[in-house]
Design a protein around this ligand. Structure first.
Ligand SMILES: CC(=O)N[C@H]1[C@@H](OP(=O)(O)OP(=O)(O)OC[C@H]2O[C@@H](n3ccc(=O)[nH]c3=O)[C@H](O)[C@@H]2O)O[C@H](CO)[C@@H](O)[C@@H]1O[C@H](C)C(=O)N[C@@H](C)C(=O)N[C@H](CCC(=O)O)C(=O)O
Ligand SMILES: Nc1ncnc2c1ncn2[C@@H]1O[C@H](COP(=O)(O)OP(=O)(O)OP(=O)(O)O)[C@@H](O)[C@H]1O
Ligand SMILES: N[C@H](CCC[C@H](N)C(=O)O)C(=O)O
Ligand SMILES: [Mg+2]
Length: 559
């Protein structure tokens, strides 16, 4: 397969362009984080101001070391030092920055202090351990102010907000969290806001938008330092409303602390990320932390699942939604077609809004209903919001059709949880008269418990499941596949090649699915959606399911 890499910079004109990559060899790339945008006109900020916003100041740790430790109420104020920006990554430091040396799961950021100072950092935010390490380092210059915090990852958010002038307070910020549907809902919110006359920003998995500009996203939710800078850039460029995905990793790591949300939306909760969260309760509490009144002025909560109902019970002023109710927002008179649905949305106070959902499936009706509910709740004209939602051209890699003239349906989707795979296959079933052939894998270094459940869903709800690789990362791909197979009911595993196959090579798996498909069947390639690479052993090889599927369809037609 040829390389599909199309750009390296932060700016890119194409929402589907690859991200996080730098070329090593024609087809091999390694992942690097694209630099976050910085405001053109930073507001220099004194260190005393930054010390004042620390929420968890630590006892002065670097005293007497040659470093000017700035603990709580002690140390010098370094009046001559002005901070113009902040980053958690030494490789992203620009002159005038505060370098946040964070304790990581792999390494302490303090290790990179010398590099950060060499790049022009003027001060450091770290913990007592980091301050000690910096003081002990022989290659670091003395006399650098160190802000010492008991929890620098947490304090990074208010510090970055202070440096960038608290940008989220000056635009209408909408947050979306939940296991599935964040990206889709954020796209729907963005479309609704734009139709209502706003100049919008978008932050999420697929891309980042600043008005008409499109940037690659490194994370679903950026680190606090990048996030605050990004919002400051949005303000500079005239953005007055933004929709952002808020991942549970971000909430647990305080990336979205110190943001002022005009409204937050909960889509749903089901199993994912149990590599990171010890339990489903912990995962839920991370999501729930977005919905306290001090963080989110309005709360809009999907109550189709029990987690949503539990969340809504904590917030008496929550606006709820569920396609079939009971909820404040429900859908009636649904006419569902293969590419979308028409319905009447019923909201609080007798509100009735005709809504056209330009995405297939009941789950997308829920996503659109939630988006409409949030927009109406924060004061956007519901009719304008509905018009914008109805005109959304689609979401890259979500139920995205690939059409090379073949006599069957071919789809690429981002389903990578048991619930999403189930929902996806239940959605595709009524769209086809023939068989469903799904190509699916599970990511390495991610929730292991998902694997048998995803294997089971694929094998039982499709007619043929071809299990394959999806970003094995540092793991043995065969072990991931064995875990998926372990979930497949024994009678299906015993059905030979007719129901479940294993083909580790993803391109070969997609080609096999295409070769199997007859008229009126469906080929569903799931799990990677918009992704542009396959990651294994720290190397990302260009791989876009949409391009590979199209190539397989073309090859099948030509052969
Ligand atoms: C599990 C997780 O979220 N880890 C995050 C965490 O990494 P870590 O604790 O391992 O950091 P580390 O590698 O030990 O490095 C420690 C510090 O040294 C710094 N460093 C490191 C090297 C260097 O040369 N210079 C330097 O300054 C790092 O920036 C970091 O601050 O802190 C890093 C930055 O401080 C994050 O980049 C990193 O995200 C990793 C890359 C990641 O893959 N995160 C994923 C799981 C994630 O966050 N996903 C969610 C979406 C999930 C979903 O809903 O689907 C997201 O919001 O994107
Ligand atoms: N409301 C929903 N309920 C169940 N499944 C959904 C829902 N919305 C989307 N999905 C499924 O989940 C997949 C991912 O959707 P989307 O990208 O919108 O979610 P996300 O929450 O942003 O995911 P991620 O956390 O990986 O960024 C879709 O491709 C679809 O298969
Ligand atoms: N944001 C998700 C994406 C997973 C997509 C799938 N392709 C995988 O690699 O597991 C995660 O990090 O869990
Ligand atoms: Mg997303």
């Amino acid at each position: 397969m040829g390389a599909t890499l199309r750009h390296l910079g932060t700016d890119h004109p194409d929402a589907r362009a690859p991200v996080r990559m730098a070329v090593l060899a024609p087809t091999k790339v390694v992942s690097v984080t694209p630099p976050a945008p910085r405001p053109a006109a930073p507001r220099p900020c004194g260190l005393a101001d930054l010390r004042a916003v620390l929420t968890a100041p630590a006892p002065q740790a670097a005293a007497g070391t040659g470093y000017g430790g700035l603990g709580p109420g002690g140390g010098e104020d370094w009046p001559g030092v002005l901070v113009r920006g902040v980053t958690h990554d030494s490789r992203q430091v620009v002159p005038g920055d505060l370098y946040a040396a964070l304790p990581g799961a792999h390494v302490h950021g303090a290790r990179f202090t010398a590099a950060a100072l060499a790049a022009g950092a003027v001060a450091v935010l770290t913990d007592a351990d980091g301050a000690g390490r910096i003081a002990a380092a022989t290659d670091a210059r003395p006399g650098v102010p160190v802000l010492v915090s008991a929890d620098p990852r947490r304090d990074l958010a208010p510090v970055a907000a202070r440096i960038h002038g608290d940008p989220s307070a000056r635009l209408r910020l909408l947050g979306v969290t939940g296991t599935n549907g964040k990206t889709t809902t954020a796209f729907l919110l963005d479309a609704g806001l734009r139709a209502a006359g706003h100049t919008t920003g978008l932050i999420g998995t697929v891309e980042t938008r600043i008005g008409p500009r499109r940037l690659a996203s490194a994370h679903t939710t950026p680190e606090a330092s990048d996030l605050q800078a990004l919002l400051a850039v949005m303000l500079e460029e005239g953005v007055d409303a933004a929709a952002m995905e808020v991942s549970s990793h971000a909430l647990a790591q305080h990336r979205a602390d110190a943001l002022h949300f005009a409204g937050a939306l909960f889509t749903n909760l089901s199993q994912d990320h149990l590599d990171f969260h010890p339990t489903m309760d912990d995962y839920f509490e991370a999501k729930a932390s977005l919905f306290t009144p001090d963080r989110s002025q309005a709360a809009v909560i999907g109550v189709a699942d029990a987690w949503g109902r539990r969340l809504a019970a904590r917030r008496p002023d929550a606006i709820t939604f569920a396609v079939e109710g009971p909820a404040d927002w429900t859908a009636r008179d649904i006419t569902a077609g293969p590419t979308g649905s028409e319905l009447l949305a019923r909201g609080p106070g007798g509100l009735r809004v005709a809504l056209s959902v330009p995405l297939p499936g009941m789950f997308n009706i829920a996503n659109a209903l939630g988006a409409l509910a949030l927009l109406a709740t924060v004061g956007v004209d519901p009719a304008a919001a509905a018009a914008g939602i109805g005109a959304l051209p689609g979401v890259p890699g979500r139920m995205e059709r690939v059409d090379a003239g073949q006599p069957f349906l071919a789809l690429v989707d981002f389903a990578h949880t048991p619930d999403a795979v189930t929902t996806l296959l239940e959605t595709v079933r009524p769209l086809v008269k023939g068989r469903i052939i799904i190509v699916l894998g599970c990511g390495g270094d991610r929730d292991r418990g998902k694997r048998p459940l995803m294997g089971a869903a694929a094998a039982t709800l499709a007619d043929l499941a071809i299990l394959t690789n999806d970003n094995p990362r540092s793991e043995d791909p065969d072990e991931i596949l064995a875990a998926m197979l372990a979930g497949v009911p024994a009678q299906l595993r015993g059905a030979g090649d007719d129901r479940v196959r294993v083909e580790p090579d993803r391109a070969a798996a997609i080609a096999a699915a295409v070769a199997e498909a007859g008229p009126q069947d469906a080929v569903v390639v799931a799990g990677k959606g918009h992704e542009s690479g396959q990651e294994q052993d720290g190397v990302v090889t260009p791989f876009d399911d949409r391009l590979v599927l199209r190539a397989a369809l073309d090859a099948a037609a030509g052969g």
